[in-house]
Design a binder for this molecule. Structure first.
Ligand code: ZN
Length: 293
């Protein structure tokens, strides 16, 4: 993603993974092959791999620089974590190298914010040091949704692995965690919005510079869900609630100047929600890219 300057606020991303990942029906159980085929013309080649019938799904963090704070949003799968998904287990990814390539050191992050507490959004919260999980960002306060944290505390063990134990509890133990609610303000114009459904306490981050942007976490996983907002992902805790939250969000931001930045979209992720007959479409900032050969 090219850096985005909102006027007083700059957004950059840190990639952990990019590429085709899921068969449409596996990611979006309510989709049909016919309905997906109708979207191929705008998805190919870099949002849908037709030869393998796989939807692209990237995985990134965002680094936000405001006049007052450097904020890291969502921390991907991380390194060395014990996870039940084989592709996430003891992952060794270029994430930290990509973070440092922005000219940053972990000490320079002021705020870490996790949109929700799934394994692919909290991993780099901590790192392994002498066999113990310690905060990766020693000078940051970490913001976790109060509803989200309470939900996962009450629903252990997590089938994806000891996520709270290795990526959240060490932050609380270090005294760096802050539990936050809907409308929490990091600074004027930089605030959270509860967008429950994907998980019970899922939060988006609003950034108001000269221009407005919303970091939407997993409110949607693939741009086809802008066209088909009723298709919730297989990872959604409450698929019906997730669909209602997504549809309402798209209505609110349709044709507004807000840039929408989801965690997992390909093609540079950022775009605007625009109207089309009978619904919405997503206009990416960046043009379609050729897939790697
Ligand atoms: Zn995710």
């Amino acid at each position: 993603m090219k850096p985005i300057d909102l006027g007083g606020i700059v957004i950059r991303d840190v990639m952990e993974f990019a590429g085709p990942r899921f068969r449409p029906h596996d990611l979006l159980p309510d989709s049909t092959p016919e309905a997906v085929a109708a979207h191929r013309h705008w998805m190919e080649p870099d949002l849908y791999d037709a030869a393998r019938d796989l939807l692209w799904m990237d995985r990134r963090s965002y680094v936000i620089e405001t006049r007052h704070h450097r904020i890291l949003v969502d921390t991907c799968v991380g390194a060395d974590k014990e996870r039940t998904k084989p592709q996430w287990h003891h992952l060794n990814s270029p994430w930290m190298g990509n973070f440092r390539a922005l000219g940053l050191a972990p000490e320079q992050v002021d705020v870490v914010f996790c949109t929700h507490l799934h394994a692919d959004h909290v991993g780099w919260n901590t790192r392994l040091a002498d066999g113990r999980w310690v905060p990766t960002f020693p000078n940051a306060r970490y913001l976790f949704g109060r509803i989200e944290f309470a939900f996962w505390q009450a629903n252990q063990p997590d089938p994806d692995g000891p996520i709270l134990e290795d990526s959240v509890q060490p932050i609380l133990d270090a005294g760096q965690a802050v539990l936050v609610d809907d409308r929490y303000e990091i600074e004027p114009g930089v605030y959270l919005e509860l967008t429950a459904g994907h998980t019970p306490g899922h939060l988006c981050l609003h950034l108001q510079g000269t221009r407005h942007a919303v970091l939407t976490g997993d409110l949607m996983h693939h741009p086809i869900q802008v066209w088909e907002p009723q298709w919730s992902s297989c990872f959604c805790h409450d698929p019906a609630h997730s669909g209602r939250t997504r549809t309402a969000f798209l209505q609110r931001h349709c044709e507004s100047d807000a840039l929408i930045l989801p965690t997992h979209f390909g093609r540079g992720a950022a775009g605007r929600v625009m109207p089309r007959p009978g619904g919405f479409r997503f206009d990416f900032l960046e043009p379609p890219a050729a897939p790697p050969t």
